[in-house]
Design a protein around this ligand. Structure first.
Ligand code: ADP
Ligand code: MG
Length: 173
């Protein structure tokens, strides 16, 4: 059986980009928990947070994680998925977990260059580079705890895919 592969990491680390490429390389399906959540609720993340707060959003996020988990699937998770210990345990127990790791400056630069980044509320309202520093300081240990493998996300996406395949001893389909 092909275990699900969970991609974790902060916004901008390449979960969507790398996840889609990895799904092609392996012939797996691709799912994004944020997209699933938006489809199910018919609301944007911004709207959900406005209506139900971060707590409500986090509860729904955990439900989405379970809903999309299936064999032969690459799952790109929301940046805060690792905050809940139940989510970390669920991912570790039900598949292989890959942390796409990159320094905050790199993440901030990518997000600034990405037009749709504005759709997601910033956590603090402060400059994105400062925010990414704080986010990583708070969450790096959680990404590390949840992950089976830490992968350098600063390489070209194809190289990130290659490193993931090697770390999981998987061959291209
Ligand atoms: P995430 O889903 O983790 O938030 P995305 O895949 O949406 O990240 O990538 C965020 C931005 O960074 C996009 O504009 C994407 O093109 C770019 N990007 C992603 N991975 C890489 C990479 N390995 N090298 C350079 N740019 C990247
Ligand atoms: Mg994404």
């Amino acid at each position: 059986m092909s275990l699900p592969i969970f991609l974790i990491g902060a916004r901008g680390c390449g979960k969507t980009t790398v996840g889609e490429a990895l799904s092609q390389a392996l012939g797996y399906a691709f799912c994004d928990t944020d997209h699933h959540l938006q489809l199910v609720t018919q609301r944007s993340v911004t709207e959900m947070v406005a209506e139900e707060g971060w707590e409500g959003f986090r509860a729904r996020e955990s439900e989405s994680l379970k809903a999309v988990t299936a064999p032969g699937t690459i799952i790109a998770t929301g940046g805060g998925m690792v905050l809940a210990e139940a989510n970390r345990r669920f991912m570790r127990e039900n598949g292989r977990v890959i942390w796409l790791s990159a320094p905050p400056e790199v993440l901030a630069e990518r997000l600034e260059n990405q037009p749709e980044a504005g759709q997601r509320p910033t956590l603090t309202g402060r400059p994105i580079a400062e925010e990414m520093s704080d986010v990583l300081r708070e969450r790096a240990h959680l990404y590390r705890a949840a992950a089976h493998h830490e992968v350098n996300a600063m390489q070209l996406p194809e190289s990130v895919v290659e490193e993931i395949l090697q770390s999981l001893s998987l061959a291209r389909a």
